[in-house]
Design a protein around this ligand. Structure first.
Ligand SMILES: [Zn+2]
Length: 84
């Protein structure tokens, strides 16, 4: 059992999702497009170079392979992808 992380008080933290690998070519050169802005600007500063904060410009996918150019949508249970 995993309790829901209901931290609505302070979400300031470094980006710590695993980078993963491309489902097509299998390399780990994956870019994460993070939809929406982080609650804390420090999260942008602390995030890895392969994380791109796309804000409200929803590109229709949130993963991109730097090797083969594949784009896909991650199924991350932690992100409720509501753009609102
Ligand atoms: Zn690839």
């Amino acid at each position: 059992m995993i309790p829901p992380a209901g931290t609505d008080a302070d979400e300031a933290m470094a980006y710590d999702l695993p980078r993963g690998s491309c489902p097509a070519c299998g390399v780990g050169e994956v870019r994460h497009l993070v939809i929406g802005l982080p609650g804390d600007p420090d999260a942008v500063t602390n995030s890895p170079a392969w994380v791109e904060w796309v804000g409200c410009m929803h590109p229709g996918h949130d993963r991109e392979c730097e090797r083969c150019g594949l784009t896909w949508i991650s199924e991350d249970p932690e992100s409720d992808g509501s753009p609102s």
